[in-house]
Design a protein around this ligand. Structure first.
Ligand code: ZN
Ligand code: ZN
Length: 170
């Protein structure tokens, strides 16, 4: 489901409509990388509560995204519990705060809402595992597979000269 038609809920003031829906998700770009929802369709709880002053929309689902690890580029999976809430006043009178951007006429754009809610729920970095060591900044090898350091290249040449001198004196 990508849009929900409010008319189908036939809500009156003081009523709440609850639905278990099949929500369609789409791949998203994050930090220049592409993350794909697996599965693309997830069960979601949609709740719509109408009061005389306005309507509250709630959407809850769990998204699983597959994509490259931020540090080592290996496959990473992130599981995101998403819980979103929107409000639409009965008489918003031009105020954007009292209006949800996902509602136009009687159509609730679940697709755009879910996409934005996922973006807000994303962690700062998507990692293959919390302690991923990443790629070596010198040679580019995967430090998870091959932990190593480049000792020589880290040495200041002046210290190397001094070490040489010390060796000669000994
Ligand atoms: Zn990683
Ligand atoms: Zn290296």
């Amino acid at each position: 489901m990508r849009t929900f038609n409010l008319r189908s809920a036939r809500l009156r003031s003081g009523e709440e409509h609850r639905d278990e829906i099949e929500l369609e998700l789409t791949p998203l770009e994050y930090g220049g990388q592409r993350y794909v929802p697996v599965p693309e369709t997830v069960p979601a709880d949609l709740a719509i509560a109408r009061a005389s002053t306005g309507t509250v929309f709630r959407l809850g689902f769990v998204a699983r995204l597959h994509g490259p690890c931020y540090r080592c580029l290996a496959d990473a999976v992130v599981e995101l519990p998403v819980s979103a809430r929107e409000y639409q006043a009965t008489n918003p009178e031009g105020s954007d705060e009292l209006r949800t951007p996902y509602l136009s006429e009687d159509a609730l754009d679940l697709h755009a809402w879910a996409r934005d809610a996922i973006a807000l729920a994303l962690p700062e970095q998507i990692l293959c595992r919390p302690d991923c060591a990443g790629l070596c900044p010198v040679c580019g090898k995967d430090l998870n597979v091959e932990p190593h350091e480049h000792v020589e290249e880290r040495l200041d040449p002046r210290w190397a000269a001094l070490a040489d001198l010390r060796q000669k004196l000994e």
